[in-house]
Design a protein around this ligand. Sequence first.
Ligand SMILES: Cc1cc2nc3c(=O)[nH]c(=O)nc-3n(C[C@H](O)[C@H](O)[C@H](O)COP(=O)(O)O)c2cc1C
Length: 190
Amino acid sequence: MAPPHEGAIAWIAAASPAPKQQTMLDRLLNERYSCRSFDPSRAVAPHLLELTLESATLAPSACNLQPYHFEVVTGATMTAVAALRNFYGARALIIGTFDAHNTGYVSAQGQEFRLFDLGLALMAAALKATELGLASCFIGSLPIKELKAELKLSSEPVIALALGYAAPDAAPSDNHFKRRRGSELYTLHE
Ligand SMILES: Cc1cc2nc3c(=O)[nH]c(=O)nc-3n(C[C@H](O)[C@H](O)[C@H](O)COP(=O)(O)O)c2cc1C
């Protein structure tokens, strides 16, 4: 696990009187990475999926509309779905779709917030999965048509969170360590 960036430590120390050590949230954020090598022999117990989904329900959403629905794939269905795309040996998927009857909040200027809402919910799920000892990977490049047919879905899959246990050779990619910081990340308006 990479130590947090020196700048981040300094910022945390300055912003809070808390002890200069990693908080639980820092630890989870640092531990999560996109796992692209899951242990195919280790299934994800149903109660771990339930706890992960429960965390997704705690995420905020614009006007609290929660405009998403999750398709949870495990077992024999996961084997069938894994034939459609390489899910890196993951044993479960939480697929985010949009609720056909709920467009989510659309502002007066026409700005749609449902993608944002879905992302927040699935990030909460990813962090919970990390806490439960699971590895995860967001997968946006989905075989949409084939998945829809295989799972008999009425709405389009938007993004999947692949879940499982990391294989012994799993490691974060170089991209995991490339983080925008400082003026590249933010502009301060005082
Ligand atoms: C919306 C979204 C879509 C993504 N789609 C894919 C994908 O299709 N395949 C993949 O291997 N990783 C995918 N990723 C993972 C990103 O490549 C990864 O988060 C990024 O490189 C940073 O690495 P890290 O997650 O290990 O910190 C996706 C991530 C997000 C947030």
